[in-house]
Ligand binder design. Sequence first.
Ligand SMILES: Cc1ncc(COP(=O)(O)O)c(C=O)c1O
Length: 396
Amino acid sequence: MSFRFPARWEGRDHGPNPLSEALAARKAAGADLLDLNVSNPTAVGITFPEDWTGLLVGDSLRRYDPDPKGLRSVRDALAGYYSDRGESVKPDDLFLTAGTSEAYAHLFKLLCEPGDTILVPRPSYPLLETLADLAGLAFDTYPLILREDAGTVSWSIDRKSLTAQITDPSHTFRVLCVVQPNNPTGNILSPEDAAWLLDIASKHGFAVIVDEVFADYLNTEARTALLNSDGPLVFTLNGLSKLVGLPQLKLAWIHVAGNAADTGKAKDLLEWMCDAHLSAGTAPQLAAPELLRRRGEFQGPIRERIAENLQALREIAAANSRLKPLWPQGGWCLPVRCEGIQDDEEFAIRLVEEQGVLVQPGYFFDFEDDETIVISLLPEPEIFREGLKRLSLSLD
Ligand SMILES: Cc1ncc(COP(=O)(O)O)c(C=O)c1O
């Protein structure tokens, strides 16, 4: 008798999509490919300091002395990192996890009943829908409004629409997610939107999750941290994956803020959850304080790379009026409007097949128009420039 998988997995198709098929065919044919989509920091020709390897072994083989919240030495180092950013964070309010996705999984369990709906921005990071799904949650998006004014791009929360969603009695919302800088728009919350959000979270009794994995990559002086709200529960996430470009270390953290009663309960439950998993590995934890201290050695070259690629994009976009980058306030990627393409997916497939250039169609991120694609700012500069030139040619 064959196994009866849960009904919720019925009809799921996690197979290839037309773009991944076109990509596989191109690779199988051995044809060249300029990947403007690469976001793996270890695969973009940035040399990591030789002695970082040594940091990873150290004492980790000899000692296992777990703390459910993560080693105190790491949480102290993290408090130091926030203090460098001008933010006051207590080690006791931090919980280490094996990556940000695990942090989301813990928080969804902590905050939601099965079937509750989480709210995430639109456009935003596509994995959030999968993570909600895996946690047995429903998923809804709240729109960000794009404003363009003489080359300046800004995104803000569509407050009217979000208010209507929150007050809709057919859903139970307990969690609203913010990603800042957002992936892929690169926007951060304005102070007004942040204050408004905390206010409605308080009024309607929901918690806010702020994903800050790109917080150290800002093209602006402004920063709207929600780390120290003493009102509604605010969980801020970050990790070594972007902070020092080492996703393979699988070390991330949750910072808990909010009023004393709610944070007390949330911290007890989180500690219990973390204790059940003890998933943050000793090796990355022992390396973390030194990696955090030396983060500039990774972030400097990455910032230079981003600046160089943004400059190339500026030049190429200046020569093609149909290529409209939506300039980001931060992050590692950005959306580019390709005027007149009519179908972002079809265009992305055509770029792979005819030009050997890989970009992501905007619909992956829930862009509502059909003219937006998303590119990474990390590719090696020659690849980035050549890929953009070919992309620009296909618009002529
Ligand atoms: C917004 C956002 N959050 C989280 C992550 C993943 O972080 P981690 O490697 O810690 O799971 C990504 C990866 O691209 C991301 O874009």
